[in-house]
Design a protein around this ligand. Structure first.
Ligand SMILES: [Zn+2]
Length: 248
């Protein structure tokens, strides 16, 4: 509920600001496609919420230990969520089929809050389950769910071009500046800055790249489309075309 308020409130404020500053020169058709994808993706996510709750509670019953929820366990759980999201995001970029799915998020050419909702529909059904191992090692399902919510809010807020570099905060956190690098169409960006809320994993595992200046966003080899269904299918088309070439 709070996440939905943040998402729609943020979109409204940013849209009004963009309208005031840039008027009709903003790619509103791309923003509309992103919103359509967000609404369908949100509905898909809600449709599996019951399964999500049952599975999380069932796995919690199998956990050999149960950690009491405290400030320390909350910090550890949040670090666990952040590490899992880092690994999952990095896997989606490195595995060809993973990127066929995740590339939906990278085909947007405008870096704005609505881009955060431009996600592959199939992954909206399974994304929440990647943090299940934390329940199995003894964190409460509610705590894991809350940490995921905080992380999703942070990941949403980094998709804006209205905030520049933030000094020391760019060192520790995934900030708009760090995440812009991840969306750059050229350069090493798409193999850098996989972090969700923190940048510590990128720094530890050698995938950090600081922003060096403005650059175009999107994927250079995917044609721009504002049709949500074409956007969802573009990555698969590219994946199967590449497989066909490899077989020849
Ligand atoms: Zn990515």
């Amino acid at each position: 509920m709070y996440l939905a308020l943040l998402v729609w409130g943020g979109l409204l404020v940013e849209s009004l600001f963009l309208l005031y500053r840039h008027g009709l020169s903003v790619a509103w058709n791309e923003q509309a496609a992103n919103l359509f994808i967000l609404i369908v993706g949100g509905a898909l996510r809600i449709s599996v919420r019951g399964v999500f709750l049952v599975v999380f509670v069932a796995v919690a019953a199998l956990a050999p230990v149960h950690w009491e929820t405290s400030p320390v366990s909350a910090v550890l759980c949040f670090l666990g969520v952040d590490l899992i999201f880092y690994g999952w995001h990095r896997f989606l970029h490195h595995h060809p089929f993973g990127f066929a799915l995740h590339s939906v998020h990278h085909t947007g050419h405008t870096f704005s809050l609505s881009l955060a909702g431009r996600l592959p529909w199939p992954l909206r059904l399974v994304d929440d389950f990647v943090c299940l191992p934390l329940v199995l090692v003894g964190f409460s399902p509610l705590l894991v769910f809350l940490c995921m919510g905080v992380s999703f809010a942070a990941q949403y807020l980094v998709h804006t071009n209205l905030v520049g570099r933030l000094g020391p905060l760019d060192w520790l956190f995934n900030t708009p500046s760090n995440h812009r690098v991840h969306h750059h169409a050229q350069g090493p960006g798409q193999r850098r800055n996989f972090g969700a809320a923190l940048m510590v994993w990128d720094r530890l595992f050698g995938t950090y790249q600081a922003e060096e200046g403005p650059a175009p966003f999107g994927l250079a080899d995917v044609p721009a489309s504002h049709n949500p269904f074409e956007i969802q299918l573009a990555g698969f088309k590219r994946f199967f075309a590449q497989r066909k070439q490899e077989v020849r």
